[in-house]
Design a protein around this ligand. Sequence first.
Ligand code: SF4
Length: 340
Amino acid sequence: MLFPYELNNSYYATVRDFGDEFLEFSRRFDFRDDEEALEALCIGVYWYLYGTTALDLNSNIHQVLANLSQYRRAFPEDKQFIDELRGKLLTKFLFKPFQKNDEKLTPENLELLINFLEATGDYVDQIPHFRNFTCNLEDCLTLTKWFCKNSHRYLGEYTSNLNEYLESNANNHLMEEDVIFYHGHELEYHLNMLGAEIMNRIFRNDFEKRPRKAIILPGCMNANSKKCRAKEDRLGDVCTLCNPKCNVYKIVKQYPELEVYIVSHESTAFKGARREDMDELGIIGITCVLNLISGGWKSSNMSIPPQCVLLEHVACKSHWLDEDIYGSIDMDALKSKIRI
Ligand code: SF4
């Protein structure tokens, strides 16, 4: 089976080395902290990948798509109708082949880039970081140049099938709301891998101090989602231990001192969070690569410090595969995040 990315035993050591080299390079600039260096890199990479389309985006189309995306989050019961409409507009106006972008990144152009990201609906939790960004925009481009030169050397091994995967599925998800997400460029995979590594470092101390810890699992990790007997709870579905072969069962049994929730879609994560959760909780989020940065900032924007562990490959048919398969993770990587 062909996956857009696939991890192996060397992944966590390799991304740690890449994280070290990135942070060392970022010390040449005047970033306030490592989170600002990550914000700068995200802005630069998105400008490189999407700048040309962002400069072309009609302001009315931006407004319509941004409103639809907001409406979709407020009224999930209308998902089907809204997603159909968004899929058509996104494919017609935003889905363009990658075109190298040589335009200067000015404050006005950053606004246009943010409009593009807002229109896709995929970067909601990242956008506040870009709106508040005050460093030199030239630095974003210098960091990005460095990243483009080095990311393949470290992380190319884990995305070596991506081009073949995308070529053999070139018409998949056209006219669907995840069209931009599904056809993501290799650099965006590498950005999320490095971003997760940097976030794990940034939020580690705060995470360790939290009195409650929760593991947030994606729906693809349960053994048979149709027969799953998990019960709905405030922060997600809670496993009732119905099947010893299930990956969720194994994690719940192995870490009885932790809360474990299954969250089937990133957009519903933390919907029921209360003040006490924001004060007490630290989470270990498990997700596939393209959700890592958004998921990490979604959690930290709510004052819940995150740590993340990656699914070893994609597993669900809602975005990636013809059939659902079982998601799996490196259990040692999970253990190392839980160790305090
Ligand atoms: S063991 Fe838990 S997560 Fe797995 S199928 Fe049963 S209730 Fe669902």
